[in-house]
Design a protein around this ligand. Sequence first.
Ligand SMILES: Cc1cc2nc3c(=O)[nH]c(=O)nc-3n(C[C@H](O)[C@H](O)[C@H](O)COP(=O)(O)OP(=O)(O)OC[C@H]3O[C@@H](n4cnc5c(N)ncnc54)[C@H](O)[C@@H]3O)c2cc1C
Length: 235
Amino acid sequence: MKDVIIIGGGLAGLSAAWRLKNHNILLLESSNRVGGRVMSERRGNYWLNWGGHVYAGEGSATDELLKSVGVKSTPVPGTLSAMHLNGKLLLSGRVELYPFRAPMSWKSRLAMLTAGAKVRLAVMKYSKVAKKRPLEEPSVQQQRILDFMNNKTFSEFTGKLPTDADAIFRPTVSRSTGDPEQISAGAGVGYFDMIWSKEGGLSKNIIGGPSTLTNTIASTLKHQIELETEVLEVI
Ligand SMILES: Cc1cc2nc3c(=O)[nH]c(=O)nc-3n(C[C@H](O)[C@H](O)[C@H](O)COP(=O)(O)OP(=O)(O)OC[C@H]3O[C@@H](n4cnc5c(N)ncnc54)[C@H](O)[C@@H]3O)c2cc1C
């Protein structure tokens, strides 16, 4: 009898397994590799990133995990924002001004600005709600975050967007969690809070590529991980 069964060997499952490694645990992963949406490949002195590649800095949960696993990270030089839309590549300047510089119809631009302003205001509320309160249990804080704007989906919150505006919002949330129609408005807003936050934002690369992290965890816990084992039902 196991203490804990973890389903999925993406970053979430692997971090849970790492935290619980001294218990009798088993992690079940349906594919033939761990990492999920984190994957990198070495090419000589370089590495290619196919998924999650920039990580939060000092004091963040990810930073704590990197230190605990013994994997090194380094600040990414240069600018971290860019956008390619309708044949134009924007590599500099403020993200808020991208809708004015990218080629798109005025209808899309207006929808983008309206939805962007709504998300900005919601991010301001979210950052107050998400802030840790004195003497608070982490589970209470977590529940407050989960309850934030959880009565509608992110796409219901932004409203239906024209194609170009949708093309800007959609990949930002879907690469991390789910599609705007699947995740709560609060989860989507929380994601924008993270990417717009200057202090806690994503700013570091893992030396050797992000698979260094997932593979190091997996090799340490190899007897507690079953690959090619899909969970079909949880009773
Ligand atoms: C192109 C791209 C760029 C990104 N950039 C960044 C970034 O720079 N910074 C950042 O922080 N995040 C980034 N992300 C997001 C980040 O990669 C994800 O949020 C994170 O990796 C998700 O981890 P997870 O464990 O929740 O899910 P996943 O990585 O999706 O892992 C889920 C795992 O569960 C397994 N699984 C699913 N169903 C079952 C089942 N029934 N039984 C057993 N196993 C199952 C899957 O095979 C998978 O391995 C990016 C994502 C993409 C795609």
